[in-house]
Design a protein around this ligand. Structure first.
Ligand code: PGA
Length: 255
């Protein structure tokens, strides 16, 4: 957390919820934001599954809570059965899109090259790209954490990225959904390293202003200490973003 970067609390709902659940969750978060009178000291983003984006968009309209997709294709349109373009997300009112989540990299064998194309597609369509990177447990155990994250920054982040159109999410794969997290010192070390690598890619000024979120088992109980770290500018939250109270509590803990 730094006075010059506004904290972002982002919820990744993953493949959870039917219409009524999504609307209730979106409306609940929007209510909290409205009750804060637009004075919340942090930005909030919800990323529902594709099927719920329209309905959740209506539920949060006018609240200041941002809307995002969980993935997009790198192409503008075409023969890509089952995929969704950045233009389609923009058309639904999205502000942001998550790209390169480790569940996409692992389950769909997405490469840095593909993630880069997705981030470029997001930018071309006026969306903020939330670009995810992070090492596996085996890579951490082998002492390769910084190497892996450096390679992913280099391969997945467009050189034309700015602090306005890009957010980085550092998510150690072994911390996602496991209840385990690195120590605060380990998190800060990786975030500072990522910022230095970003500076090589996009220049020191943009890198200094770019938000780097931590993700992986962030909960109301550990959010305060994590977000207080110098180079941690918020969180990408999975499990705890499915509860209005927990998600809001993470926001409050950050401010
Ligand atoms: P988690 O997921 O908060 O459930 O660990 C984080 C993520 O995958 O973005």
């Amino acid at each position: 957390m730094s006075a010059s970067r506004r904290t972002l609390i982002a919820g990744n709902w993953k493949m959870n919820g039917k219409s009524a659940d999504g609307v209730a969750l979106g409306a609940g978060v929007a209510e909290k934001m409205k009750a804060a009178g637009g004075t919340a000291a942090f930005d909030m983003l919800v990323c529902p599954p594709f099927t719920l984006i329209s309905k959740v968009g209506e539920a949060i309209a006018g609240s200041g809570v941002m809307l995002g997709g969980q993935d997009c294709h790198g192409a503008e349109s075409g023969a890509h059965t089952g995929d969704t373009s950045a233009a389609m997300l923009k058309d639904l009112g999205c502000d942001c899109v998550i790209v390169g989540h480790s569940e996409r990299r692992t389950n769909h064998k997405e490469t840095d090259e593909q993630v880069l194309a997705k981030a470029n597609a997001a930018h071309a369509n006026g969306l903020i790209a939330v670009i995810c990177i992070g090492e596996t447990e085996a890579e951490r155990d082998a002492g390769k954490t910084l190497d892996v994250n450096g390679t992913q920054v280099d391969g997945s982040v467009p050189a034309t990225s700015t602090a306005k159109n890009t957010v980085i999410a550092y998510e150690p794969v072994w911390a996602i959904g496991t209840g385990r997290t690195p120590t605060n010192e380990e998190v800060q070390e990786v975030h500072a390293f990522i910022r230095a690598e970003l500076a090589k890619k996009v220049g020191a000024e943009e890198a200094g202003a770019m938000r780097i979120l931590y993700g992986g088992s962030m909960k109301p109980g550990n959010a305060k200490d994590l977000i207080a770290l110098q180079d941690v500018d918020g969180g990408l939250i999975g499990g705890a973003s499915l509860s209005v109270d927990d998600f809001w509590a993470i926001g409050e803990a950050s401010s």
